[in-house]
Design a binder for this molecule. Sequence first.
Ligand code: NAD
Ligand code: AKB
Length: 315
Amino acid sequence: MERILIIGCSGQIGSELTLALRKVYGNEHVFATDIKQPATDITESGPFQILNVLDYDALLNFVQKNNITQVYNLAAILSGNAEKNPLGSWDINMKALMNTLEVARLTNAKRLFWPSSIAVFGPTTPRNNTPQLCVMEPNTVYGISKLAGERWGEYYFNKYGVDFRSVRYPGLISYKTEAGGGTTDYAVEIYYEAIRNKSYKCFLKEDSALPMMFMEDAINATIKLMQVDSENLSLRSSYNVGGMSFTPKQVAEAIKKYIPEFTITYEPDFRQAIADSWPASIDDSVARNDWGLNDKYNIDSMTKVMLKEIAKKLQ
Ligand code: NAD
Ligand code: AKB
């Protein structure tokens, strides 16, 4: 029986992934941790402990004491926030990964999920239908840390047999927990503001296309990758995951189908340069062929769920 540690259970992904994993593996086998208190559905459904992934001894001790076999490490500073404190964010992002790689090397917690991002690509990367393997020259501190992290993950697999698995998530869109300081956050905020105020001031330009994915599809992909047999995996760096691709204008149009009076204005800030350096769409055929990545949401089906669930939540 797997015994699973989630690091970063209180964040946008962790708050949903923890509950999904508890459904699959049983509540008592999924140990949720964070430096921040999570929502009560996590504390009431299974074990939770405050744990700082940067504290190597505490992490090692937790993994050994609880006989952990798999780790999902979600702790990171995302692209927008990382640009405000480049060196501090580099230290956190790299130390958070290296501590879990080392613990995986030394314990039975051999299978490690660590998310990379479309931020590994840069301005010299082909922008449309970005291939799995191509020029990668990220120019953000977050993207540089993700690319370095992918290389370290593959290195620990080849050198020490750590079962490192990773996807390059696109921007993730969800209604449960608000987004954590990234460039794609506008595509979450816009739904909240559509319900609250029927208007939104967007920090990206109207035609700024980026790859995005609804959280349900991202969670399913993550669990699928972690369950597939090792021999199916041709890559030990990180798999491209594309989802859908849209602009702020397109998501505003999708919202207007449900809220005709919704209006959007555009005031690009420092995050525009980050978005401009990232792909507009992603070729994820390697993930589809290797381990059966498939997603079911498009912009319209996602918009319907987002508006309904956020309206319920804000009532
Ligand atoms: P988030 O900021 O919402 O959540 C991260 C969580 O990690 C937070 O709850 C935070 O308290 C916790 N954390 C931070 N420092 C910690 C520490 N030292 N010890 C323990 N916990 C700590 O981020 P998210 O959106 O859930 O992203 C999770 C991972 O997925 C990150 O690696 C991120 O780069 C990656 N990712 C996210 C997206 C996205 O759109 N959400 C896209 C691509 C990649
Ligand atoms: C961000 O915008 O920083 C994240 C990501 C795509 O990695 N959502």
